[in-house]
Write a protein that binds this ligand. Structure first.
Ligand code: NDP
Length: 453
């Protein structure tokens, strides 16, 4: 696996991939470790997770530098990502016992019925490069604490991050092989998942990868959770605080150089505030500093690879040819590295790539809508259903409209974000299952009913 630094285009390092025999050994190790790990008291597993948070904080810069080197995330955001991983460790270290406490049920006289939450065994995690630490931790922290063990197949452009994450758990004191990284090509994923030693799979990534993995998991009758793409609407109503909406909207679209599944991608703005919003939004977008991701002042770095840059450019070009207009940006920057500038498109006809497809880069499409009904129709006119953001001064109106949105989460007067305290996940082509909070730790457990007369 070649690591190409997307800021320079230079080859940083080459990693040897692992073979089917290596995978076989790893799964033996995972099975043996699971047998012992699942019997350790939950309090002990919580303590190790707390130590994991400490390890992340103690060496945050070195972990963050891995992210920046391999996928080009601006260093200040990479440091935020490490802190967020520590936060999810803190969260489950504090709450796992409560979440996994056996539930009582109304029982007939003379009997006691409870649901116990028991681990399932080795779990496969197939993960993407865009938040190379966070995506792994938000799954691994609850899965390990529930008593499972984890094997990670990370995206092939972030092998250094994958190995660093394995080291985090080792340094925190986890048993050898409780968390293992497999440096394998995606063509081997099916074999791993078909292996009877693997008891479930979680995948964060694109629709095609999700479909492939879910279909194998289905065939094997194994539990799966899918966190896929999104084309989240960001609705600005006539009574919104336009300045706040524009400022938050710019972050919601441009964070991580636009490569986020929950980024605001389609801005649906009420006609009464359209001009004011657009002016402020473009100002905020143009104020972002684009450049070297190792510079702490950089807001927008390169895309993760030149291939992703080409894909984004093709989507924008087709949307411009169809009649769209770039108010700012609109073509790759003429410099070394995979740089695409923060871009705002308007007058884009419905059905163009930036409207109907997911755009994974710093490109916002702004649409004018007539009223609430128009906004809702357009918001739901997508195959995805991950998140949505609604801006209004009337919270009741926000709550009412939230019920009309087809998505896994709706944030009113806030950007869509993943937070350890609340469930996260999508519907429709954005996947199924939930991560984080109590819901996340209960995905990969056996909910065992125990009835005692
Ligand atoms: P991919 O789907 O290409 O890759 C994700 C992971 O799946 C990688 O580890 C990849 O391995 C692996 N993979 C790819 N194809 C297959 C396959 N056929 N069978 C098994 N595994 C496979 O996505 P990207 O890495 O390009 O990530 C971007 C996508 O992920 C976007 O669409 C984005 O919206 C989505 N995403 C969703 C999130 C969510 O929480 N809902 C969060 C972040 C991203 P390899 O690299 O070796 O190909």
């Amino acid at each position: 696996m070649d690591v190409i630094n997307p800021a320079t285009g230079e080859l940083e390092e080459t990693y040897d991939t692992e073979t089917a025999a290596d995978v076989d050994d790893a799964l033996d190790d995972a099975t043996e470790t699971f047998d012992r790990w699942q019997t350790r008291p939950l309090r002990e597993r919580e303590r190790l997770l707390a130590a994991t948070g400490e390890e992340l904080r103690a060496n945050d810069r070195s972990y963050a530098e891995n992210i920046t080197r391999e996928m080009g995330k601006p260093i200040s955001q990479a440091l935020d990502e490490i802190e967020k991983c520590a936060w999810v460790c803190d969260h489950y270290a504090e709450h796992a016992s409560t979440y996994l406490n056996p539930d009582g049920h109304p029982s007939p006289p003379g009997a006691v019925a409870k649901t116990a939450y028991e681990p399932l065994g080795p779990q496969l995690a197939v993960m993407p490069w865009n938040f190379p630490f966070w995506q792994v931790f938000r799954f691994a922290a609850p899965a390990l604490t529930a008593g499972n063990v984890v094997v990670l197949k990370h995206a092939s452009n972030v092998p250094g991050c994958a190995q660093a994450i394995e080291n985090v758990f080792r340094r925190a004191g986890y048993p050898e092989n409780a968390f293992q990284t497999l440096l394998i090509e995606s063509t081997l994923v099916d074999d791993v998942l078909e292996d009877e030693r693997v008891r479930g799979v979680t995948l964060t990534g694109s629709g095609p990868a999700g479909r492939a993995v879910a279909s194998t998991a289905g065939h094997q009758l194994k539990k799966s959770v899918l966190e896929l793409g999104g084309s989240d609407p960001f609705i600005v109503l006539d009574d919104a605080d336009v300045e706040a909406a524009a400022e938050t909207g710019a972050s919601a679209r441009m964070l991580n150089s636009g490569q986020s599944c929950i980024a605001a991608k389609r801005f649906l703005v009420h006609t009464d505030v359209y001009d004011a919003f657009l002016e402020q939004f473009v100002d905020d977008v143009e104020a972002l500093t684009v450049g070297d991701p190792t510079n702490p002042d950089t807001d927008v770095g390169p895309l993760a690879s030149s291939t992703f840059l080409e894909e984004l450019d093709t989507q924008v070009e087709a949307s411009l040819e169809a009649g769209g207009r770039a108010v700012t940006g609109g073509e790759p920057l003429d410099r070394e590295g995979a740089y695409y500038p923060p871009t705002v498109l308007v007058d884009v006809p419905a059905g163009c790539p930036v409207d109907s497809q997911e755009t994974f880069g710093p490109v916002a499409a702004v649409f004018e809508v007539e009223d609430e009904t128009d906004a809702l129709e357009k918001a739901n006119e997508t195959e995805f259903g991950l998140g949505a953001s609604i801006w209004t001064d009337d919270r009741d109106r926000g709550r009412r409209l939230a019920r009309e949105i087809d998505a896994g989460c709706v944030y009113v007067n806030q950007l869509v974000k993943s937070d350890p305290r609340v469930p996260f996940g999508g519907i429709k082509d954005s996947g199924f299952g939930r991560e984080l909070s109590e819901a996340g730790i209960k995905e990969f457990v056996n909910r065992k009913t125990v009835w005692v007369e």
